[in-house]
Design a binder for this molecule. Structure first.
Ligand code: C5P
Length: 336
């Protein structure tokens, strides 16, 4: 059974996402909706540091970058990063606990999968700390058990998602795209937005066998053309999110008026994602919108970026367990 060395620490980073395309089918018997979506990983990220804790201890602390409001993050066993660590421990027979420090750069409850990024980063950090070496495929299976968006936070880059979003196929892109994200002071609950979608569509939903929109997004990504991508962006949850948070209509219109190539609700919202033609155009757009919304609510990002990966691994300074010190197979895997 793997055992972490005292003094060791691993920090892993995982990205936020924006949905370039989000088509939602009818609600399934299990309460989820089948999706046809294209995820893109954004340069806003979560850093999770895992350090060893005694058996049975699953501690979590939270801090935020750039004024990210972290007050709504649960600090008990319901935290998705804690659930990720416990699931990995359970499946690998690891009996120690862990202390997780979440350093959040993704708005909470914003439709950018920050909680899912925490879970993906926790899986990668604990896998390295404990030397369990599950590999991307097995970690991806655990990720899918934790939430619909967790596998994408693990894989990153750009991918088509089907099923409830957990089945991924990478998409080729030939450019880095520039985004401006406008967050909202109040979050939206993902289940509530899906329920509103069901109400508005009369439990209808899109025909997911029609791949016209998907082909348009793929063509724009292959061409690396932001104008073409802007024209192809689409989110079926827009009306539902706007219905629950009517201010979003003005944020979307204001972004377009300020020069964005396109404006979409990110995932289930309420963050609005604006596509810009270049990093300079994004900076200009962000400056214009900061006057209107306040600087703390406007961020720039580039995409795509890598999925969850180890950022830093600190080896143990003193190994007191001499039995495990003699056993290289019991040492933590701290390779970057
Ligand atoms: O998978 P995750 O825990 O992120 O999903 C949160 C909630 O969002 C689900 O309980 C469900 O209400 C809704 N959802 C959905 N269809 C999806 C993904 C999420 O209805 N494909």
């Amino acid at each position: 059974m793997p055992s972490p060395a005292p003094g060791a620490a691993v920090t892993a980073r995982a990205p936020a996402k924006v949905n370039l395309l989000l088509q939602v089918g009818p609600r399934r018997d299990d309460g989820f909706h089948d999706l046809l979506t294209v995820f893109q990983a954004l340069s806003l990220h979560e850093d999770v540091t895992a350090t060893p804790a005694p058996a049975g201890r699953w501690d979590v602390r939270v801090s935020g970058t750039d004024g990210t409001d972290v007050r709504a993050v649960p600090l008990d066993g319901s935290n998705l990063a804690v659930r990720a660590a416990r699931l990995l421990a359970e499946r690998t027979g690891t009996t120690t606990g862990v202390d997780l420090h979440l350093h959040k750069g993704v708005p909470v409850a914003g439709g950018m999968a920050g909680g899912s990024a925490d879970a993906a980063a926790a899986l990668v950090a604990c896998d390295a700390l404990w030397g369990t070496r599950l590999g991307l495929e097995r970690l991806g299976e655990l990720a899918a058990e934790l939430g619909s968006d967790v596998p994408f936070a693990l894989h990153g880059r750009t991918a088509v998602g089907t099923g409830r979003g957990e089945r991924l196929v990478p998409v080729m892109t030939t450019a880095t795209f520039s985004w401006v994200l406008v967050t909202s002071p109040a979050g939206l609950s993902t289940p509530a937005v899906f329920r509103e979608f069901d109400r508005l569509t009369g439990d209808g939903g899109s025909d997911l066998t029609d791949v016209t929109r998907l082909r348009a997004v793929e063509t724009a990504l292959r061409a690396g053309d932001p104008g073409q991508l802007g024209a192809a962006l689409h989110n079926d949850l827009t009306e539902a999110a706007v219905s629950l948070a009517p201010r979003l209509a003005a944020t979307l219109a204001g972004g377009r008026a300020a020069g964005a190539l396109a404006a979409v609700v990110s995932g289930s919202g309420p963050t609005v994602a604006l596509l810009a033609a270049s990093p300079a155009a994004a900076a200009q757009l962000a400056a214009a919108l900061a006057d209107e919304h306040g600087a703390g609510r406007v961020r720039t990002a580039t995409a795509p970026v890598l999925g969850a990966h180890v950022l830093e691994a600190v080896r143990a300074t003193a190994v007191t367990d001499h039995a495990s010190a003699r056993r290289p197979d019991l040492q933590p895997d701290l390779r970057p």
